[in-house]
Design a protein around this ligand. Structure first.
Ligand code: ADP
Ligand code: ASP
Ligand code: MG
Length: 422
């Protein structure tokens, strides 16, 4: 018996009946080893559920949006199941639970409400995939990640209780027995049974959680790209695919904002030396990118990562004192309390600057926290470029024509904050 593998499919891979068939065919070809299939919500379901959550929170009627989402799932099912199939009853029951939750959970705070409603997307998708695989003669067990992934109650970004999660997952899945297990990505539950989510795009992380708990041989995340590229193809037309990448490099790229892998995915895999493959969903035999303990990055191309919608704050002490360690300590402490992550910072004699992702009310939040001690200026509408393994030509190519507000470089990483050109 081969060692267990984990496959993760994202929303784009299950957005319609055609992609659902492709998922089934990929799973069929892997069926010789024990396999855990981690699935995201279908298409843009999570965005739709966020909108529903917002409506419930402000006491607007969410039912038209729920009906719309139901119609979308129903239309996929109608294309792949006969009319009397049991999947229709189960889907109905999930949607009834969502409608009830919109009433019974209405009293919760925003983040807890968000998790209890947004988590439904993965329940719909796994219910459909489970039945679709069965109807294609692929035996599989549908499990519930809210019973298997145990966390704290940090809603929308829950922290995994690794020891308990390992025990619970291993009770439900025997990694050395043949079989296919279908589970929801993105969701879990706290020790008191509250449903949680792991953060947007968190299904990649779920795949790593299952792989770690089961000491899997490898994880494959199936994407709409040929593998990890040296730039987001949505940003750049000329991209290079990496064939091999060390864990460390994948961590760095994810940290600086490469959206292809959720940043929390790599560490649990690295800890157990579990290989991560990023492969193209549309071409399963293509090699993709292998992320492993192999220290070689191949090819040695420069990576460019853009973080859009940045805001730069520049602080000057009102008492005209020099910027000291105590100032930096105070400013960083305030950011930590506000849950704001700085993406780039710089200090001079009288000024301390940092940039971060823009969010509504951020200027007010920073002013309230630091305005008494500092004059505060801000610039909005900025982009942060990060280059890894850069040369002078790479800087010229990406950053030369833009208005720079701040730049920094180490031997491996170059960063520049600039005005958005589009
Ligand atoms: P999924 O829903 O399957 O998790 P995502 O949309 O989250 O898929 O991730 C795939 C997307 O990541 C691609 O469509 C691509 O636009 C984007 N992306 C960003 N940076 C990179 C990169 N360096 N290499 C490949 N894709 C990238
Ligand atoms: N469905 C969730 C999201 O869209 C999780 C994921 O797809 O990874 O963020
Ligand atoms: Mg994703």
């Amino acid at each position: 018996m081969q060692q267990l593998k984990v496959y993760k499919f994202g929303g784009a891979s299950v957005r319609d009946d055609v992609s659902l068939r492709q998922v089934a065919s990929i799973i069929r070809s892997a069926a010789t080893s024990p396999l855990v299939v981690v699935l995201s919500a279908m298409g843009k379901t999570t965005n739709a559920l966020e909108k529903i959550t917002d409506k419930v929170f402000v006491k607007e009627d969410p039912l038209p949006d729920i009906d719309h989402l139901y119609a979308y799932h129903l239309s996929i099912c109608r294309n792949v199941f006969p009319p009397e199939h049991t999947v229709f009853r189960e889907l109905d029951s999930h949607f009834s639970s969502l409608r009830s939750a919109c009433i019974t959970k209405q009293h919760l705070g925003y983040n807890a409400l968000y998790d209890s409603l947004v988590s439904f997307g993965e329940k719909f998708s796994t219910c459909i995939l489970h039945h679709f695989l069965l109807s294609n003669g692929i035996e599989n067990n549908l499990l519930d990640s809210t019973e298997l992934v145990k966390t704290d109650e940090c809603f929308r970004a829950a922290n995994v209780d690794w020891i308990l999660t390992r025990v619970v997952i291993r009770k439900a899945i025997n990694p050395s027995a043949p079989g296919i297990w279908v589970v929801q990505g993105f969701i879990g539950s706290s020790l008191t049974g509250q449903t949680i989510t792991l953060g947007r795009e968190g299904s990649d992380y779920s795949a790593a959680i299952y792989a770690s708990a089961l000491d899997a041989r490898e994880v494959t995340i199936w994407k709409d790209v040929p593998g990890v590229l040296n730039a987001d193809p949505a940003e750049s037309t000329a991209t290079v695919k990496f064939d091999r990448m060390p864990y460390q490099e994948a961590l760095e790229l994810a940290f600086y904002g490469a959206k292809v892998i959720h940043p929390k995915t790599i560490k649990p895999l690295e800890n157990k030396n579990i290989e991560l493959l990023v492969k193209p969903f549309s071409d399963p035999l293509a090699p993709g990118t292998l992320i492993s303990s192999d220290p070689e990055l191949y090819p040695q191309a420069c990576s460019a990562i853009w973080k859009r919608e940045q805001i730069l704050f520049t602080l000057r002490p009102r008492d005209l004192s020099f910027i000291s360690e105590a100032h930096v300590h105070g400013i960083m402490g305030a950011l930590a309390l506000l849950g704001i992550h700085q993406n780039l910072m710089q200090s001079s004699a009288l000024h301390f600057s940092f940039c971060c992702d823009y969010r509504t009310d951020i200027v007010k939040e920073i002013t309230e926290a630091l305005g008494e001690a500092y004059h505060i200026l801000h610039n909005q509408g900025l982009s942060l470029l990060t280059l890894r393994h850069f040369s002078e030509e790479d800087i010229q190519l990406h950053a030369a024509s833009s208005a720079l507000l701040m730049q920094q470089m180490s031997r491996v990483t170059y960063q520049a904050l600039m005005k958005e050109m589009h």
